[in-house]
Each structure stands twice: as structure tokens, then as C-alpha cells.
Write a protein that binds this ligand. Sequence first.
Ligand SMILES: *Cc1c(COP(=O)(O)O)cnc(C)c1O
Length: 393
Amino acid sequence: MPTPLDWITTELNNLKEAGLYNQIRTLESPQGAWLVVDGKRTLNFCSNNYLGLANHPRVVQAAKDAADKYGVGPGAVRTIAGTLGLHLELEKRLAAFKKVETAITFQSGFSANLATIPALVGKEDVIFSDRLNHASIIDGCRLAKSKIIPYEHCSPDSLKEVLDEHRGEYRRALVVTDGVFSMDGDVAPLDEIYQVTRDYDVILMVDDAHGEGVLGEGGRGIVDHFNLHGKVDVEVGTLSKAFGVVGGVVAGNPLVVEWLYQRGRPFLFSSAMTLPDVAACIESVNILEESTELVDRLWANAKYFKSEMKTLGFDTGVSTTPITPVMLGEAPLAQEFSRKLFEAGVFAMSIGFPTVPRGLARIRVMISAAHSNDDLDQALGIFKDVGKDLRVI
Ligand SMILES: *Cc1c(COP(=O)(O)O)cnc(C)c1O
């Protein structure tokens, strides 16, 4: 008997045949340089746990203490009975850390984008969006129902062209870009983008999910990296990557933050961050404010790993951040590479279409401050063996 869901079986089979079906592995250990995955101990090169904070003893303790003191769930959306002093403290601490006046938190970086973009622009407006922006930016733009005009990836010239041609046709305008592009590890030229936008009446927004805790002084993010405090209207960040917990943040202009308190739909209609999460995030801020040690270690690890991979003959793409793509071409090769790495004790994901364009499949290596020199050397040895085995190098 045919059913109305048969098409899903067909589509799933298509994905499997194209080597694009997500095989999800199960972790049985905390995040760290090493993981137990599907029962096997492996080196971890997959996580966004850039600074090793996801299982940091102080961060874990802060979450436990908060659970003892406040319980677990927030019990309501922020605007009804779900705002605790702890939420406000985190927002204050994040704003101070990022050297801006105000910040507002969300349940995730994804929901921060869904909240922010439709709150700032609507049907009569226009969004100029980098072609390679993250899915959550794209979805936020679609929700806003504005005209979406893409510009060429990381190209201020292309942005200027589309602004010249189209800005005048619409009421309000938003320019939005990822800070660090998560698949290639390149950084948006935010200083040049800012210079271009100055000549037009536009709101400037950056989503710095992969720059938070990574770029800038002691991990203060892309706005700090380019010294654009007060010039970028909206800086979205996540607390689930370098910060090691979960949650999203919008920092920047106080008017934007006040408006999101009133009109950010995921803020108004979805419950707040849990209290242990909030306390854990505050402790992550404490750790980052006390010392740049973890951020320095992250960059030193990334520099070492990348230069050794290049020496081995791998193509590590255009990354200027700790994200290290190992370019392989077709998705099935990338999947096989990932499988062989895993057999040899390295957990690193293959990434293919539609996350990256067809023909640009890769292994994405995520470097962390949690890796020791020994961990990196072991991984390099295994990459070398698999690379030779599959005739990539
Ligand atoms: C990871 C990521 C997000 C989503 O962040 P979460 O907090 O995990 O929801 C949003 N934007 C970009 C650019 C990201 O890389």
C-alpha cells in the first residue's frame, strides 16, 4: 500500500546513494581532546569546543552550584516569569567582555538569528547577505520576508555594487555576514564591509559564532579583532562553541537590544536558557577574562597543525582560523577518508553537499586548546597514512 510518506524513503535512498546521508555517531564520554565514540576511544577533531570549556572543572562546578541554588528549568519565557537575576548578570558580563553597552541572550545562536533579523527588517525592506552565510542567517532572512540580495562571498566590492543598485528601492536595509565562515575558516573583511556600509543608510550585523572566544583580544570576537566597537550595530554570538555551553547572544547597540526584549520572537515565545547553563556561561566568561592562555594555546595548536598538514602535501584551503578544512573533492572520497581516520583512531567529519558546494567535499578538522602536542602529532601521523593510502598525498 502506498502511503503519503513514501517519498521520504525515496529521498533517503537518494541521499545514501550520493554519499550525502548523515551517519550520526554516538558519544559516550565528555567533550575533550579524546572521546569515546561508538565504544571506541578516538582523538576528537570534530567539536566546536575550541577552548576545552565544555568539560572544564570550573564550568561544570558552576552549573552544579546553580542547579543546587536555582534548580534546573527557567519555568517560563523571559517576559513572563523566566528572567532570573542570573540571566541579567550573564548579559551584563557578556556586554562588558565584548566592550559594548548591552547584550541579550537567547536559547541558541540559531534562535538569536531567527529573533534578530525579522525584528529589524520586514516586507518593505532589503537584506544584503553574503552568499555563504550560515543556514540560521538564511532562515532569519526568510522569516523577515524582506527582499534578499546576495553579494559575492567576502567581497566589499560586490556589496558596494548591490548597495548602489538596490538600496534606494527599499525602506530599511540590513547588511549581514558570518564573522568566521565555518566550512572554510575564512574571516569576513568586516573593516572593509563597515567602510562600504558607512555611505549608505544600513544596519550592519555580523554573526560571530565561530569567532566568539577565538578572534580578538582574549577571544572577544570579530568586532574586537577589527576594533569596530560601536560601529557594528548587531553582533550575534553563540555560547555553544568556544564558550562550551549552549545559548546565543546579541551584543551591540542598546536600542537593538531593547527592541529585541520587546520584539524578538524566540525571546518572547520560547523559554529562557536553563540556570545551570547560564551559570556555566558566566564561569566561561570569568575564565576568559582572567587569562588569554586558552585562546593563545588554541592559536598555537592551529598554526602547528596547519603548517604540518601543508608540509605533508594536504590542501587546507583558505582558512585563517583554527578551522582546518582538508580539501578532498568528491563526497564519497571524503566519507571514505573520514571512515579510515576513524578506524585508525581519529574522529574528524567529512562534509559534503549541501553544507558545502558539490565537488568541494572535505574533512573539517576542528582544532582545540584541549589538544596536547602529542595528540596533534598522533593525528598528523594518521592523516599521513590515510592520505597515502587513498592517494591524496
Ligand atoms: C553554529 C552557528 C550558529 C548556531 O549556533 P548555536 O548556538 O549552536 O545554535 C549560528 N551561526 C553560525 C555562523 C554558526 O556557525
